[in-house]
Design a protein around this ligand. Structure first.
Ligand SMILES: [Fe+2]
Ligand SMILES: [Fe+2]
Length: 250
């Protein structure tokens, strides 16, 4: 108990991806705020530490259905492609559907439920940030990391870059993730945790369900980048620098 309580939420989620569902269910931030210890995170989310540990241990048991994938040891190029296909693809597809639902619900229920209008403008702001953010990852950061890995592992040419260290674009992406996390938290607050009001029609309920799912996916997406891809890209850059130094010393 003491050991797991002092470990960071990030470490637990990276080592045992099956625990992510527990964190999601309890409202524990495992992506942008993943650096907190489990006991701090439980206190922040106002949930009991002991019951959380029990749920985490339960989630770690082997389960017959497919859980989230363990990425430690996978090539970064594979992880980056997965993020693009699974998560960037999801944001692009699902945001169009959510915009259409928001427009219908806002037009029909905006006068009696003005919070929907605010949720709608927050979602638009989120997408306005996510769209260029994903493009920067796809055009600059992910290809650079993929080429750097190919250089280190396969002897491919060292890639050129418009930055002196990969830590620069990563710092920008981390700041964007924090902003996105704050907008998600605001939307959750406005919608009462995506609880549809009693008089809500099917479209309204479908909208809140879709937004809750969008939030869950974006948390997993940011977790893969903040807690696995970016730290490993920084370690890779370090390893490349060290091997260059060793070559020069010969
Ligand atoms: Fe991304
Ligand atoms: Fe990102």
């Amino acid at each position: 108990m003491t050991t797991i309580a002092t470990r960071t939420v990030r470490e637990i989620a990276v080592e045992n991806p099956a625990t992510i569902r527990v964190f999601e269910n309890l409202g524990i931030d495992y992506c942008c705020g993943g650096g907190r210890s489990l006991s701090d995170a439980c206190a922040r989310a106002n949930v009991g530490l002991e019951s959380t540990v029990e749920m985490l241990l339960e989630a770690q048991q082997p389960h017959p259905t497919d859980g989230p994938r363990l990425w430690d040891g996978a090539r970064l190029s594979v992880l980056a492609s997965y993020i693009e296909d699974a998560h960037h693809g999801y944001v692009r597809r699902e945001s169009n559907r959510i915009f259409a639902l928001l427009a219908r619900v806002a037009a029909r229920h905006g006068d009696t439920h003005p919070e929907v209008l605010e949720v709608s403008s927050q979602f638009a702001a989120l997408l306005q940030e996510l769209t260029p953010h994903m493009m920067k990852e796809e055009i600059v950061l992910f290809p650079y990391v993929t080429k750097l890995e190919a250089h280190f592992l396969d002897g491919a040419p060292l890639p050129s870059a418009c930055f002196d260290s990969v830590s620069r674009p990563i710092a920008n992406m981390l700041a964007d993730h924090d902003d996105a996390g704050a907008v998600l938290a605001r939307m959750r607050e406005l919608s009462g945790g995506y609880t549809a009001p009693e008089d809500a029609c099917t479209t309204f309920r479908g909208l809140y369900q879709a937004l809750a799912e969008f939030e869950r996916d974006l948390h997993q997406h940011i977790h893969l980048e903040n807690n696995i891809l970016f730290p490993r890209a920084l370690a890779l850059e370090n390893a490349v620098l060290k091997s260059q130094l060793a070559l020069r010393m010969q």
